[in-house]
Design a protein around this ligand. Structure first.
Ligand SMILES: C[S@@+](CC[C@H](N)C(=O)[O-])C[C@H]1O[C@@H](n2cnc3c(N)ncnc32)[C@H](O)[C@@H]1O
Length: 262
């Protein structure tokens, strides 16, 4: 088991710890689901479990679909990385959780920022995505680890991370607001969150189109103030939102004094 995975074990909720951590990490990531898969919420999520999509995801799939969803004038992939960096403000020594990390395209970026004293952890439910993440992540700093688990029931201790990122995934979860409860719970007070997800338009004719798109793909289309409101309810301050096309970037900082919801 890698040194980074050893460090992840210490961050797990004791109830989520595998009995045999060595056996659970033979694929290079810590597998907390075994043969279980969270039930796919629709065709979009089912594709993430295939072998084909992880092969082309980072280079072709994500930039192309992102462009359609964000609009032609929306931010490109390099801008998304910049937005994540700005919203999370991660620095040396921080612990970052990348929820629904896919092939680790953002997890790797956070690893570069936090340096060898920090830790960048990606969690995803798809074993094919995680296999790709492990293959594409040489981990020169020994600070990057991947976990197979469910975003709707994060397996980590309370206040385990300084920053939580969830890009291109909240709209795929069966229970996105429960997932937000967990992201809040695992953040340290004063910690930052960054979310990139769907956003319905306000214009009546376009709302018919985006409702249809959502139904066909199994992706939830959030109302413009739904995610920002959910963060404020959970004790986030300085909540900021940028809407682009049918998507939104949202960030916030968890208040230092937050009544814990779980
Ligand atoms: C579109 S990819 C996003 C990957 C990366 N965050 C990005 O921005 O490119 C969505 C990911 O969400 C993961 N996912 C969907 N539902 C999940 C769940 N309940 N728990 C963990 N991961 C989930 C899928 O396996 C997939 O890798």
């Amino acid at each position: 088991m890698t040194a980074a995975l050893e460090r992840v074990l210490a961050l797990l909720d004791p109830r989520a710890r595998p009995r045999d951590a060595e056996a659970a990490s033979t694929g290079g990531y810590l597998d907390l689901l075994g043969p279980e898969e969270p039930a796919p919420t629709g065709p979009a999520q089912r594709l993430m479990l295939t072998r084909a999509v992880p092969l082309v995801y980072e280079r072709w799939w994500r930039p192309a679909l992102g462009r359609v969803a964000k609009g032609v004038r929306g931010p490109g992939m390099a801008d998304e990385h910049r937005i994540a960096r700005l919203l999370l403000g991660v620095g040396p020594g921080d612990g970052v959780l990348d929820v629904a990390c896919g092939p680790g395209n953002f997890t790797r970026e956070f690893a570069r920022r936090v340096g060898d004293t920090g830790l960048s952890v990606g969690i995803d439910a798809s074993s094919t995505m995680l296999a790709r993440a492990v293959q594409d992540t040489p981990d020169p700093y020994g600070n990057t680890a991947f976990v197979r688990g469910d975003a709707v029931e994060l397996p980590f201790r309370d206040a385990a991370f300084d920053a939580v990122c969830c890009f291109a995934a909240l709209h795929l979860f069966a229970e996105p607001f429960t997932a937000l409860d967990h992201m809040t719970r695992v953040l340290t007070p004063g910690g930052r969150i960054a979310i990139f997800t769907s956003c319905r338009t306000r214009s009546a004719p376009l709302r018919t189109v985006d409702a249809l798109m959502g139904r066909r793909s199994g992706m939830r289309m959030f109302e413009p103030d739904e995610v920002t409101g959910a963060l404020e309810q959970r004790g986030f301050e300085d909540v900021a939102q940028r809407v682009t096309g049918l998507t939104q970037f949202v960030g916030g900082r968890l208040a230092v004094e937050v009544p814990r919801r779980r």
